[in-house]
Design a protein around this ligand. Structure first.
Ligand code: CTP
Length: 427
């Protein structure tokens, strides 16, 4: 059976985080990290009073981008047209606006459409969904004007996270403490449809090539860039999984929050994978591991004057076969097959012989597929014989389709009867 390729995914999502003035402003720093860990780009916008509590530099360092503080770049020489229209550009670029902490003043401005600084203007100018996390003194929270304003906002579809009760910075006790940053992050993920379906899983991902030394300066390797494995690691983090990334040599940036083990040779990769195998619930072997290595490594550079050397090669360890041999029954093992001939047949044979749950086959001879390009054309092969060819798409999109299949296999193992029914109705 073959299924049609699923729809395009939105990979890069941007959030504006509005920070208004209050003791809780410092908690927004942790929120930046939580949002980024799930792959969101965060643009921080601070009100004038927020800057009395936390320096913009803190947020700039955490978010890796300039913090927007003023409508016109302030009184400084920075005042220019670019700043004057920036709110429109940001308003159009974002997928959500979250304001945390939101003061009584900001809430009142939002309710009445007042646009007198960058944050309030952004809120009026954007069509993106808005999440508001109020934090204030209990009397301000209970004030009928504040409650009326919140009712107005809820009525317009703004998601309001009620504050927690407890001891407040002003010395009083009651409602007014900023909701937990976890709850705020969760509300943003729900608003954006960021999936959580791999929460509780630990993905062990191999990525990139290996290098097998020949002498002091030379090695045997292949053209793998590591992009597919890094895309899997990134996609896994975004979907709530813990990730252990065993990476061959590459210049790629690992995703935030992944544990990274850097290796060079197939032997080092085998050791790192087997060392981490116990912790993994899913193993994704995207690395292009060398199958052969020089039988002897010359400690010094082989000289031209000594004539052309003949290379004696020996087999490296087949890491995937070793993993398949030691796996626990509930572990899912996914292999990748880069083929040039009889792609699907060869991949199906590897799937069978190594007892894998899923094989990702790609024909590296096709334009837009394989090594060191940003796209790939793959077919997913399942152990039950199903085949799912995917159209040409970016490697991050391929990664999400592979993880969709992993999530599906996981839920099928939990609910076998329901899975059989849904497969029947799909075919
Ligand atoms: N693999 C591995 N260890 C190796 C070679 C490959 O773990 N020494 C893994 C790769 O990471 C991939 C899968 O095995 O997930 C298939 O790799 P591939 O090179 O396509 O297949 P091989 O089994 O090596 O067979 P061949 O090279 O003959 O096609």
């Amino acid at each position: 059976m073959s299924c049609a390729a699923a729809g395009r995914l939105k990979i890069n999502m941007r959030v504006a985080l509005g920070v208004s003035g209050g003791i809780a402003a410092y908690k927004a720093a942790e929120l930046v990290r939580l949002l980024q860990e799930r792959g969101l780009e965060v643009q921080v916008v601070m009100t004038r009073s927020a800057r009395e509590f936390v320096a913009p530099l803190t947020f700039a360092a955490l978010s890796g981008r300039k913090v927007i503080t003023d409508m016109f770049g302030g009184e400084s020489e920075n005042a220019n047209l670019e700043n004057a229209i920036e709110h429109i550009a940001v308003a159009q670029a974002i997928d959500a606006l979250v304001i945390a902490p939101a003061t009584a003043n900001v809430i009142a401005k939002l309710a009445h459409g007042i646009a007198d600084d960058f944050l309030s203007t952004l809120a009026v100018a954007t069509k993106a969904p808005i999440v508001v996390a109020p934090a204030m003194n209990v009397n301000m929270w209970e004030n009928p004007a504040t409650q009326q304003n919140l009712k107005t906002l809820r009525g317009r579809g703004v998601k309001v996270l009620d504050p927690d009760e407890g001891y407040l910075a002003c010395g009083m006790t009651g409602a007014g403490r900023l909701a937990s940053v976890d709850a705020i992050a969760q509300a943003v993920f729900e608003t954006l449809g960021v999936r959580d379906d791999l929460k509780g899983e630990t993905l062990l991902v191999t990525a990139g090539r290996t290098e097998e030394p020949l002498d002091a300066v030379r090695y045997l390797s292949n053209r793998s860039s590591g992009k597919m494995g890094y895309a899997l690691a990134e996609a896994g983090r975004r979907r709530g999984a813990s990730v252990i990334l065993v990476s061959g040599p590459t210049h790629l940036e690992p995703p935030a929050g992944a544990a990274v083990e850097r290796v060079r040779t197939a032997e080092e990769m085998a050791e790192a994978v087997l060392r981490n195998l116990e912790k993994a619930t899913v193993v994704l072997m995207a690395a292009a591991v060398a199958d052969f290595r020089p039988a002897e490594i010359q400690p010094r550079k082989i000289k031209r004057r000594d004539g052309v050397p003949s290379l004696k090669l020996e087999a490296t360890r087949d890491i995937l076969a070793e993993v398949a041999g030691r796996r626990r029954p509930e572990q899912l093992v996914v292999g990748f097959a880069a083929e040039t001939d009889q792609v699907v047949e060869n991949a199906a044979e590897k799937l069978r012989s190594k007892h894998l749950d899923l094989m990702v086959a790609n024909d590296v001879t096709q334009p837009g597929a394989g090594f060191d390009v940003d796209t790939n054309i793959v077919t997913l092969l399942f152990a039950d014989g199903r085949r799912q060819p995917l159209e040409r798409m970016s490697k991050p999109e391929v990664a999400h389709h592979v993880l969709d299949a992993v999530a599906e296999l996981r839920s099928a193992a939990r609910h076998p009867a329901a899975a059989a029914r849904s497969r029947k109705s799909a075919s």
